[in-house]
Design a protein around this ligand. Structure first.
Ligand code: UFG
Length: 346
């Protein structure tokens, strides 16, 4: 019997890249998104890339009754939901410090609502979009999945809380299984240049700041600190091509569904390699033959010096490994930026 993968937040940056991989792998999908930080145009681009129409519903994940109706509808049409991919969330670290209630509501209450609807409908599998930010910073590297949990901001707290909820739920119902994918730093874009990241306003993250400086819509890139004890003093992160991250989701879903897995399983998704801010700027300039003017500023509060992943669990268990280089990420991200200077707007 054909089943449905129900994707919350499917129109977002990670969502659209994952939809492309899911559709290319032959999965049937249904997307839920409220388009608060995304656009239906992004789903149209997924259709353009894959040639497959993307069914979607505009709605809020906190609307439990609506979710119950959607699950019941899928079952009634003989395409029951076999797995939920839960990406819908707010994701700006700084905003989560000033608006914690909003973050706990959307990210935690939203997940409780989803789990309640899944319980009613008998949907037993979930893959959750978590983050490396759940790890306690400034301790031994690389981070394995056993590393201590200790997020340092409300956004990270919501991710850690949802992981705990999933763990408890799996414990209470032995037929229920969950994967938490702990993303490191996804950057870049689909090689077609049709989908990519376009944060509203001034970007918080390094990579979109680089591309907007390179294209001239921002005058200069601030480098937050060159006095860390790292390779060149600037912060080091594990950047991963968003298309590799997307493949990781498909591997996780297939592993969960094909092997009748029980319990809660966290996996890091990264490359296992660290790149400094200055190295990334240099790689971007070299890959694309374009200048990125930057200025060294003070450290950004809350930042850690270094973070990179131990990716052996995802490699051994899910048979997944990131394929793209830093150069690929820089080239594809720049291709997207140049072709879509205003994101998905016409
Ligand atoms: N940086 C700059 N200038 C900028 C922006 C960032 O120098 O304008 C530096 C930061 O100091 C850091 C590195 O670039 O050293 C990466 O910063 P990002 O903001 O791109 O990424 P973070 O690692 O701080 O955070 C990201 C996501 C979070 C997630 C976390 C997981 O934004 O949502 O990874 O570790 F939780």
């Amino acid at each position: 019997m054909q089943t449905t993968i129900f994707v919350t937040g499917g129109a977002g940056y990670i969502g659209v890249h994952t939809l492309v991989c899911l559709l290319e792998a032959g999965h049937r999908i249904l997307v839920l998104d409220d388009f608060s930080n995304s656009s239906p145009q992004a789903l149209a681009r997924v259709e353009e890339i894959t040639g497959i129409k993307v069914p979607f519903v505009q709605g809020d994940v906190r609307d439990t009754e609506m979710l119950k109706r959607l699950f019941a509808d899928c079952a009634a049409h003989e395409v029951p939901v076999s797995c939920v991919l839960h990406l819908a969330a707010l994701k700006a670290v700084g905003e989560s410090v000033s608006l914690p209630l909003k973050y706990y509501d959307v990210n935690v209450t939203g997940t409780l609502s989803l789990l309640e609807a899944m319980r009613t409908a008998g949907v037993k599998r979930i893959v959750f979009s978590s983050s490396a930010t759940v790890y306690r910073p400034e301790t031994t590297l690389p981070y394995t999945e056993q590393h201590a949990i200790g997020p340092s901001n409300p956004y990270g707290q919501t991710k850690a809380m949802v992981e705990q909820i999933l763990q408890d739920f799996c414990h209470a119902d032995r037929d229920f299984s969950a994967i938490a994918l702990r993303y490191f730093n996804p950057i870049g874009a689909h090689h077609s240049g049709r989908i990519g990241d376009h944060p509203a306003g001034i970007p918080n993250n390094l990579f979109p700041y680089i591309t907007r400086t390179a294209i001239g819509s921002l005058p200069v890139l601030p480098v937050f600190g060159t006095d860390y004890s790292t390779v060149d003093g600037s912060g080091v992160r594990d950047y991963i091509h968003v298309s590799d991250l997307a493949t990781g989701h498909v591997k996780a879903i297939d592993w969960l569904c094909d092997n009748d897995i029980q319990g809660f399983h966290p996996f890091n998704l990264g490359t296992g390699r660290g790149t400094s801010v200055l190295e990334l700027i240099d790689a971007f300039e070299t890959a694309n033959g374009v200048a990125v003017p930057y200025e060294v500023r003070a450290r950004r509060s809350g930042d850690s010096a270094e973070a990179w992943a131990d990716v052996s669990a995802a490699n051994l268990v899910l048979n997944w490994r990131a394929q793209h280089t830093i150069e690929d990420m820089c080239r594809d991200g720049w291709n997207w930026q140049q072709k879509n200077p205003s994101g998905y707007e016409k």
